[in-house]
Design a protein around this ligand. Structure first.
Ligand SMILES: NC(=O)c1ccc[n+]([C@@H]2O[C@H](COP(=O)([O-])OP(=O)(O)OC[C@H]3O[C@@H](n4cnc5c(N)ncnc54)[C@H](O)[C@@H]3O)[C@@H](O)[C@H]2O)c1
Length: 314
């Protein structure tokens, strides 16, 4: 057993392997959440098999690191199977994660998010992977659920993206007697590397000297900094509470208008926000109950919004 303490992390992690280091296969490793997670996995001593259809950022950041093997592969292709070995832990992040892309091309969203996940599950079973950790979303919930949202609230997505993520969850649960899983339903993730959506798009516009645009503004979301998401991913890879689903958020409701104001303040900008009419598909109120993740996973969000935004700008 190796006991490894992360230099910047919040916790001590035990990594147990049969003499060797514990391997984690990360799909979608070249993406926003993937890159942050791979960096921390390497910091705490895992061997990482980083998989993505595009690997340019992985190559720039991690090429030459003997603990990080980078593979350009599609989770839907046969050759993906050769990348998973018995006993591996698999963190499955690869997806079509944007609402607009999923809405405009539902076939592609089903192919990647549903069939892709099913492929990952079946390979994990065949190769006797130790567990599957899956990045799901608050978009699986019905917009009429009681607030704060608990994990047992009704799942009735009203977006193509949410529907495909729900279907992926269902396949994982369907095979749960053959493959231990942990499903993490992330809140609204923001951080360095995501320059779209609230926070990312606001900062980008402000940097360009343009007014940030908000739609409505009163609607709230549960904003969670990507470093807290990384913490949750690592805890899920080690928890003994497998076959469980967890909400991963800050448990704080923040309005889009307040988020935009924080961005303007952090940028010390004189610009004001441009307010456009609210969009029908935004949840009016969204905030998580995270007590299950706190109690069973030991998850504790460390970053409030203003500190997270300052950290992005550093
Ligand atoms: N960012 C958020 O706010 C958020 C919120 C909730 C859930 N999630 C989930 O977290 C995960 C990661 O999201 P992200 O924000 O990092 O997205 P991202 O788009 O930055 O990363 C996804 C990665 O998956 C890769 N990919 C897509 N199709 C693939 C395929 N067929 N084979 C291999 N790789 C493929 C892409 O190239 C990309 O690098 C997704 O599953 C997403 O649904 C994200």
């Amino acid at each position: 057993m190796a006991l490894v303490t992360s230099s910047h992390a919040y916790y001590t992690l035990k990594i147990m392997g049969d003499g060797g280091e514990m391997r984690v296969v990360v799909t979608g490793a070249n993406g926003f959440v993937g890159l942050h997670t791979v960096r921390e996995l390497l910091n705490v001593g895992y061997d990482v098999i980083a998989v993505d259809i595009v690997t340019s950022k992985l190559q720039t950041l991690f090429r030459g690191n003997e603990h990080c093997k980078i593979h350009t592969a599609n989770i839907l292709d046969e050759d993906f199977e050769s990348l998973i070995e018995e006993g591996d832990k698999v963190l499955h992040l690869a997806a079509v994660p944007r609402f607009a892309e999923a809405r405009e091309n539902p076939q592609k969203a089903v192919k990647v998010n549903v069939e892709g996940t099913l492929n990952v599950i079946q390979i994990c079973i065949r190769k006797k992977a130790e567990r599957l950790v899956y990045s799901s979303t608050g978009s699986v919930y019905s917009r009429n659920v009681p607030i704060p949202i608990r994990e047992d609230a009704a799942r009735e997505p009203d977006s193509v993206y949410g529907l495909t993520k729900k279907q992926a969850e269902d396949w994982i649960i369907f095979y749960s007697n053959r493959l231990p899983y942990v499903i993490l339903r992330y809140g609204y993730v923001y951080g360095k590397g995501k320059d779209w959506g609230a926070v990312g798009a606001f900062l980008k516009r402000l940097k360009e000297g343009k007014r940030p645009v908000i739609f409505g503004g009163k609607q709230t979301n549960d904003f969670i900094y990507v470093k807290d998401i990384v913490q949750a991913n690592l805890l899920a890879l080690e928890t003994s509470y497998v076959r469980n689903t967890f909400n991963i958020g800050s448990a704080r409701a923040t309005s889009i208008k307040d988020v935009c104001e924080l961005c303007i303040k952090a940028m010390k900008s004189d610009l004001t926000m441009e307010i456009k009419p609210a969009r029908a598909f935004d949840f009016p109120v969204f905030v998580y109950d995270i007590s299950k993740a706190q109690t069973l996973l030991g998850f504790e969000p460390k970053w409030n919004l203003s500190d997270g935004i300052e950290d992005i700008l550093k």
